[in-house]
Design a protein around this ligand. Structure first.
Ligand SMILES: NC(=O)c1ccc[n+]([C@@H]2O[C@H](COP(=O)([O-])OP(=O)(O)OC[C@H]3O[C@@H](n4cnc5c(N)ncnc54)[C@H](OP(=O)(O)O)[C@@H]3O)[C@@H](O)[C@H]2O)c1
Length: 332
């Protein structure tokens, strides 16, 4: 089988392609034949050396595939079941803790840039009924994060206002989930062409943040204050999110596209009684709820482009260019 690994110190030129024998599942494990993965900014940071990982780490936190064999004692899956991975393979239910979020696929433990692996049977969920493997592989990191920010932590209701930022994988899922729930969606993006695509997906008001430098204030004026914001930029967006958020609104701190430290005017948060909370993906139970929601709401991920497994570095270069809209996948 083929498996890609990252050689220390990382960098796209240090993604290696290896041939190894497929493993055999132990007790409580299943053998999965992975068919697709998708690129997240986190995977890019790992591959590019921005997040140091062990030499020989298998990258990619997202996988979708089919169960090929069962280890002893596995009763919840059958051979042929279509499954997807978890970003936190040990966070099954309940609250996050240091213990259940220590293992991160494609980072502190091996991920899914490989054709086969043995996984704990509990560290998988089903995929949505109408989804291909490529579509399912877009969900475990990006869609689950948007779902958690808006639905699990945000208690999003029909009629609420939502702000999504940029047209990357997580944000486009935020738009789709918000529209499926009956929310009014503000969106920002860097180009008029991407703005048209966001509108075609249901965004109610789109702002080009390169043309409107005070876009947070503009959205505050238009909306009277937004109920839910998925912040992806940190220093490039947080100040605007704090302007745009409404009384009692919620800012989900999700991304670091603009850097790792941010500044904002503190009273603007507390005089609006607004809250800010850190979101790191979600649990297996949240992922199962997301799948149930997609089976009813039936929205499909926006797949920008598909590459082969061995083209991972090219796929990251495409992501790096910022030309993509939605998700980039590898199919194998
Ligand atoms: N905390 C979590 O659990 C979690 C989970 C998923 C993602 N994230 C984070 O969320 C962010 C987005 O991740 P992703 O995988 O969706 O990325 P992605 O698919 O690579 O999307 C990036 C997009 O964001 C926009 N953008 C780029 N630089 C920006 C900047 N400085 N300020 C504002 N927008 C910018 C661009 O869209 P436009 O051209 O349309 O502006 C770009 O295409 C990353 O920081 C990632 O680490 C966090």
């Amino acid at each position: 089988m083929q498996v890609l690994t990252i050689a220390t110190p990382g960098g796209l030129e240090n993604i290696l392609n290896n041939e190894v024998d497929p493993p055999t599942p132990g007790a409580g494990e299943v053998l999965v034949r992975w068919k697709a993965t998708s690129l997240n900014y986190h995977d890019y940071l790992v591959a590019a050396g921005g997040i140091p990982v062990a030499d020989g780490r298998v990258p990619m936190s997202d996988g979708a595939g089919v169960i090929e064999a069962l280890g002893d004692g596995v009763s919840e899956w059958e051979v042929g079941d279509k499954v997807m991975s978890l970003f936190f393979p040990d966070w099954l239910d309940g609250d996050a803790s240091a213990a259940n979020t220590a293992a991160v696929t494609g980072d502190s433990v091996d991920g899914f840039a490989r054709e086969f692996s043995c996984e704990k049977a509990v560290s998988l969920t089903s995929i949505p009924k109408s989804y291909t493997f490529a579509e399912a592989a877009t969900l475990p990191c990006a869609a689950l994060t948007a779902w958690r920010g808006l639905v699990v932590e945000g208690n999003l209701k029909a009629g609420d206002t939502v702000l999504i930022q940029g047209s990357g994988g997580m944000s486009v899922f935020g738009l789709q989930i918000a529209k499926a729930a009956g929310a009014y969606v503000y969106a920002t993006t860097s180009s008029d062409k991407k703005a048209e695509r966001l509108q075609a997906l249901g965004a109610d008001h789109v702002i080009n943040y390169k043309e409107d430098e005070k876009w947070g204030k503009t959205i505050a004026k238009l909306s009277g204050g937004v109920d839910h914001i998925l912040d992806v930029g940190g220093p490039s967006t947080l100040e605007h999110s704090v302007e745009a958020v409404g009384f009692g609104g919620k800012i989900s701190l999700i991304g670091v596209l603009g850097g790792r430290k941010g500044e904002f005017v503190l009273p603007k948060m507390f005089f609006k009684h607004a809250s800010m909370n850190g979101i790191a993906v979600g649990s297996r139970a949240m992922q199962q709820d997301l799948v149930r929601a997609i089976d009813v709401a039936e929205f499909k991920p926006v797949i920008d482009r598909s590459f082969a497994l061995t083209e991972l570095a090219d796929a990251f270069r495409h992501q790096e260019s910022g030309a993509h809209f939605g998700k980039i996948v590898l199919e194998y």
